[in-house]
Ligand binder design. Structure first.
Ligand SMILES: NC(=O)C1=CN([C@@H]2O[C@H](COP(=O)(O)OP(=O)(O)OC[C@H]3O[C@@H](n4cnc5c(N)ncnc54)[C@H](O)[C@@H]3O)[C@@H](O)[C@H]2O)[C@H](O)CC1
Ligand SMILES: [K+]
Length: 215
């Protein structure tokens, strides 16, 4: 039986890993990107033209790191930042610096029919309100096109705890869950939108006395 976690629980486990485990968020982000690379490179996805959509928080940092690793593995990849760069967190800015230094190609606006695979790294477990109008439009447009979306951690727009759609949500063929599957991928609409959930170990340290609310 897969252990499910809520958004608060994954944040508590990540915080414990960083403070008591002395592993940095940067290490966890790189571990997440490498785990995602392994899944994508396992042969079940067409990597002939990958588009990574990255947001302004931790999920975006994972996606930008993954774009860099794909590029360095000579996989054709384009990175599109989604959101207001001025509001991006430091992890995202650092990952963008590394991606640019590595020569990852960027796009401002993409035709979602073009890519053989779209990686959704816009929002993950930190989604806390409905998507902004503009993003809802983009998500709905992307859902109308016959393409393959792989979501990092959760499909953008799905609430990590309830699985509710927050305005709009990307329809993913598969979701790569970091550390633990989020409850939102096993409940409500989230169960459908997440597609096949593949939980990957990223080296999180769970406190020995941690009690999971979902048994
Ligand atoms: N924390 C860690 O050590 C690791 C996290 N991982 C990845 O990080 C995300 C969670 O990151 P977080 O920054 O908490 O949230 P998101 O990236 O999902 O969201 C970004 C940011 O956006 C704001 N926001 C939330 N909802 C909305 C909205 N509807 N409209 C606009 N803005 C919104 C909010 O401030 C969020 O903080 C997790 O899923 C993992 O992918 C690493 O994988 C491991 C280390
Ligand atoms: K996502």
């Amino acid at each position: 039986m897969t252990q499910l976690v809520t958004g608060d629980e994954i944040r508590a486990i990540e915080a414990y890993t960083i403070t008591d485990g002395a592993l940095s968020a940067e290490v966890l982000t790189e571990r997440a990107a490498m785990a995602a690379l392994n899944v994508l490179a396992a042969g079940h996805f067409d990597l002939s033209k990958v588009l990574v959509l990255a947001g302004l928080g931790g999920n975006g940092a994972d996606g930008i790191a993954l774009a860099r690793l794909l590029h360095q593995a000579h996989i054709p990849v384009t990175l599109q930042f989604v959101g207001n760069l001025k509001r991006a967190n430091q992890a995202v800015l650092n990952q963008l610096k590394a991606a640019n230094a590595a020569g990852v190609s960027r796009s401002e606006k993409s035709d979602f029919k073009e890519p053989s695979l779209i990686v959704d790294a816009i929002f993950g477990a930190g989604l806390n309100k409905d998507l902004p109008e503009g993003l809802q439009k983009m998500v709905k447009a992307a859902n109308h096109i016959d393409n393959t979306v792989v979501a990092l951690d959760l499909p953008t727009g799905i609430d990590a705890d309830t699985g509710e759609v927050r305005g709009a949500a990307l329809n993913a063929k598969a979701t790569i869950a970091f550390g633990f599957e989020k409850a939102g991928c096993a409940r409500g609409q989230g169960k459908k939108m997440a597609g096949r959930v593949m939980t990957q170990n990223i080296g999180l340290i769970t406190p020995t006395d941690f009690t999971f609310s979902i048994q």
